[in-house]
Design a protein. Structure first.
Length: 369
């Protein structure tokens, strides 16, 4: 599974400014469409107060956070599915990510050109949705056109898989043709497995990121209300960020300066921190910790993983020779004050191969290879 999140949207909605602030990397940003052609990629540390708290209890030599990858994908325009605005390249980049952050312009500024000449979030979202649906529709129709060949295949597995996929593909064809995202169909795990190799874009989880002005950060505005309604209908998440402010904060040299600046404008927490955590969870990622005097570290695992698979995140040998996992939750450490007291309180556990790792677990693996 890829651990990355693609940032998409129309040209000039603030995607590259947001990416630059996220990664403090110089992604090209300019006031004209198609500034970003090749995707910029950045690895971003995931803000986690729990890691900071564990560090205070353990006082290690070093602390290493978990991370997530963001991909800044060039602005899509109407007709992208047919190649407009280098659309085929851009759609290909989107298809390779695990989840999508859709940046929507929710501010007015006559100095920043809107590709359609006006700020209209519903229209902007509609344009992107239609293009992504059309791209998926093309992939589904190609598969349907070749399905009989697969059904007649001498390999029974290939033949059965093709038979199972036909009604699913027909259902998808109808929905996508109506401009409805594939994820809106609520397909079962079995159905999803049957079409997994299609890598449908509209099956990916979506987060709407409203790029607002400073005045709208706390309560939103008429534009964010429109986005909120659409997000609710799609069961998607929504977050407010002011890319302009975040880029100013990111440009400061020290963490202390950034915190002071944020506090002076009434920000309890950076919008980017909220965005990073939301994207991390959107992909289905969770965090467990290892804690020792040499290192306290946050490890990324996929929700639902069992202990041996989570151990393999550290090293494959940990899974191959897995014996047991010694586990307690970070909240128990915060409450009781030390690992010794966690043990005294009976909160320290020994778990086997079937243990499903929980977000926030502090783990030590025993293995033998």
């Amino acid at each position: 599974m890829s651990f990355n999140c693609g940032i998409v949207g129309l040209p000039n909605v603030g995607k590259s400014t947001l990416f630059q602030a996220l990664t403090s990397a110089p992604a090209e940003a300019a006031n004209y469409p198609f500034c970003t052609i090749e995707p910029n990629v950045g690895i971003v540390a995931v803000p986690d107060e729990r890691l900071e708290k564990i560090t205070k209890f353990v006082t290690p030599e070093r602390t290493i956070p978990s991370s997530v990858e963001f991909v800044d994908i060039a602005g899509l325009v109407k007709g992208a599915s047919k190649g407009e605005g280098l659309g085929n390249q851009f759609l290909g980049h989107i298809r390779s990510v695990a989840a999508i952050v859709h940046v929507v312009r929710c501010f007015e500024d006559g100095n920043i050109i809107h590709v359609d000449g006006k700020v209209d979030p519903a229209s902007d979202i509609g344009t992107i949705t239609v293009e992504l649906c059309l791209a998926d529709l093309e992939a589904v129709q190609k598969r349907l056109a070749n399905l009989d060949k697969f059904i007649k295949n001498q390999d029974k597995k290939i033949s059965e898989r093709a038979k199972i996929s036909r009604p699913i593909l027909e259902q998808l064809e109808k929905a996508l043709g109506q401009g409805k995202a594939a994820r809106s169909l609520g397909l079962s795990k079995e159905d999803l497995d049957a079409i997994q190799d299609l890598q449908l874009i509209t099956m990916k989880p979506m987060l709407y990121c409203c790029n607002v002005d400073e005045e709208s950060l706390s309560s939103g505005n008429k534009f964010t209300e429109v986005v909120a309604k659409i997000a609710k209908e799609e069961s998607a998440e929504i977050i407010f960020v002011c890319a302009k402010i975040e880029s100013e904060i990111a440009a400061l040299e020290t963490e202390a300066e950034r915190k002071e600046f944020a506090e002076t404008i009434g920000l309890a927490e950076s919008g980017l921190s909220q965005l990073i955590r939301a994207a991390y969870r959107l992909i289905g990622l969770r965090t467990y910790f290892t804690a020792g005097v040499k290192e306290v570290r946050a490890w990324t695992f996929t929700q639902g993983m069992k202990a041996p698979q989570a151990a393999a995140v550290i090293h494959t040998d940990f899974e191959k020779g897995f014996i047991r996992a010694e586990v307690f939750h970070c909240e128990d450490l915060f409450l009781l004050g030390s690992e010794a007291k966690v043990k005294e309180a009976g909160k320290f556990r020994v778990e086997g191969k079937e243990y499903v790792v929980q977000d926030g677990d502090i783990m030590h693996f025993r293995f033998n290879v």
